[in-house]
Design a protein around this ligand. Structure first.
Ligand code: SAM
Ligand code: SF4
Length: 302
């Protein structure tokens, strides 16, 4: 369905839990209290069925850490069976991938984004609070071997991981490393973004995918590099998404607290329609005083 600016809204991100087994310094505070009343899988499937009737054809399962929730692969399988749903993808920190890679593959997951900011064990521990880089790397190997398309999503921080050693993952495998600029949401407010324009390199490729990433080929690399630049190259004019929080609040834009509680809604399709119609023209990250969203990224799902 089109929003009031003529944008085709066909993509919904769903945070299936706000819990996480990591504490990335830019995402959520170490002493976070988690929501108790999150959506059941049946509620999520019902909402997605209604959304599909309005033209939502792509779903992203996210969190918190989605693989902490038992049965996520079954959820993906059920969502893929809904009429009108064309793609179901997953975003994970990869810590539990070794255990779930095969189930994710068998569920028919169309692609998996793995969030990983460094290949240095000490830096990983400092960023995430946990020493489990090797688990993530093993998980990536297994998922890649299954044949599931894999992207790596990396948030750069000045003086922390801006050496971009993560690009090594794209050297010998068809894996795309995508750099996402830090956004002033949640703990991210304390960080200064590294503008993607400063690090863009390689040969620009034609637009691919349905999202905001711009892709480049790197000489000598089998995989590619992508840039998602909400701060330095605002892409709101092409925004195609809405976001469902773990508690069932449907958001029209990352930046604002505007939206509707679908759980309390008698008419879910009507509520979806009104959130899409109310989608603002653009985010306001450049003017922090206008940001109304108070939630952390783990509740929203990124
Ligand atoms: N736990 C899963 C993961 O890390 O992929 C899924 C949820 S996580 C909130 C989704 C994405 O949001 C991750 O790629 C993470 O790096 C990104 N993220 C979190 N806080 C951010 C911020 N302030 N700015 C930009 N990206 C952020
Ligand atoms: Fe957890 Fe993902 Fe947030 Fe890191 S970015 S704390 S892995 S939800």
């Amino acid at each position: 369905m089109k929003d009031s600016y003529g944008r085709d809204i066909n993509y919904m991100r769903i945070s299936v839990t706000d819990r996480c087994n990591l504490r990335c310094s830019y995402c959520m505070s170490a002493n976070r209290v988690f929501n108790k009343d999150i959506l059941s899988f049946d509620e999520i499937i019902h909402i997605c069925g209604e959304a599909a009737q309005l033209g939502i054809s792509r779903l992203k399962i996210t969190g918190g850490e989605p693989l902490l929730r038992e049965g996520v692969a079954d959820l993906i399988k059920s969502l893929k069976m809904l009429k009108g749903i064309e793609r179901v993808t997953l975003t994970t920190n990869g810590v539990l991938l070794e255990k779930y890679a095969e189930a994710i593959y068998k569920a028919g997951t169309d692609s998996v984004n793995i969030s990983l900011d460094t290949l240095d064990r000490e830096k990983y521990r400092n960023i995430t609070g946990f020493d489990c880089l090797n688990d993530v790397l093993k998980g990536i190997d297994i998922l890649y071997a299954c044949g599931v398309p894999v992207n790596i999503n990396t948030v750069l921080m000045k003086g922390v991981n801006d050496d971009m050693d993560i690009l090594r993952l794209a050297k010998d495998r068809n894996i795309c490393v995508r750099f996402i600029e830090m956004m002033p949401i949640g703990e991210g407010r304390a960080f200064e973004p590294v503008p993607n324009s400063l690090i863009q390199r390689g040969q620009r490729l034609d637009k691919k995918g349905n999202g905001p990433a711009v892709y480049y080929a790197l000489e000598g690399y089998k995989g590619g590099v992508g840039f998602i630049s909400p701060i330095s190259a605002k892409f709101c004019a092409d925004c195609n998404r809405i976001r469902l929080t773990s508690e069932g609040f449907l958001k029209s834009c990352l930046c604002y607290d505007r939206g509707e509680d679908l759980r309390g809604a008698k008419d879910i399709k009507g509520a979806l329609e009104s959130v899409i119609k109310d989608k603002p023209k653009e985010h306001c990250f450049e003017n922090r005083a206008l940001i109304t969203e108070k939630k952390d990224m783990n509740e929203i799902g990124g």
